[in-house]
Design a protein around this ligand. Structure first.
Ligand code: HEC
Length: 155
């Protein structure tokens, strides 16, 4: 058999194509391995923003309590009937409407003006003069003070 130049050229071409195919195949075969190594590397935790500081609400010192137990009972009943729906049952508010245990000295002083006189009615706090006596309002005030004193942890 005579090996012609043409045949040699043909063989070389085939070899080159084979080599090229091999490089391509090997290259492709390696790619997933490289990717999986990258995936296995431990991911660094994303940077986290500091949580927003929550305002600390300190309960003002409640006034002295000068009410008989029977008055506190009356106040608890009136509170449950007239105030609890908005200010929270048992005198504990969910937070949107003021928790009356946290009233400050000025609010204690103005209590009857607010509750009977309706001095905060523009802000959604109705006046109750038509449905409550002053004795009822004072009893509710005493009840709220007693709830505040049960909760107060200061001096
Ligand atoms: C319809 C809902 C509603 C009812 C019922 C209600 N309140 Fe209020 N009350 C409010 C709202 C709203 C405010 C907040 C008003 C403001 O920001 O000025 C408020 C505020 C107050 C304040 C002022 C608190 C502070 O720290 O500034 C007092 C005192 C108060 N209420 C007492 C009472 C009492 C006592 C009763 C029951 C007799 C009562 N409220 C019933 C809605 C209500």
């Amino acid at each position: 058999m005579v090996i012609t130049g043409n045949f040699r050229l043909h063989c070389r071409a085939v070899l080159v194509i084979c080599a090229a195919l091999c490089v391509c195949a090997c290259g492709r075969g390696e790619q997933p391995a490289v990717q999986s190594t990258a995936k296995a590397a431990p991911a660094s935790p994303p940077p986290q923003a500091a949580p927003p500081a929550r305002p600390v609400v300190v309960m003002p010192r409640p006034p002295e309590l000068k009410a008989l137990p029977i008055v506190l009972e009356q106040g608890a009943a009136v509170y449950g009937e007239r105030c609890g729906n908005c200010h929270g049952l048992d005198g504990i508010s969910g937070g949107t409407i003021p928790d009356l245990r946290f009233m400050n000295a000025d609010t204690h002083l103005g209590f009857l003006d607010i509750v009977l006189g309706g001095s905060h009615s523009d802000n959604g706090m109705p006046g109750f003069a038509e449905v409550m006596t002053e004795s009822d309002a004072n009893a509710v005030h005493a009840y709220i003070i007693s709830r505040a004193r049960e909760t107060y942890t200061g001096d």
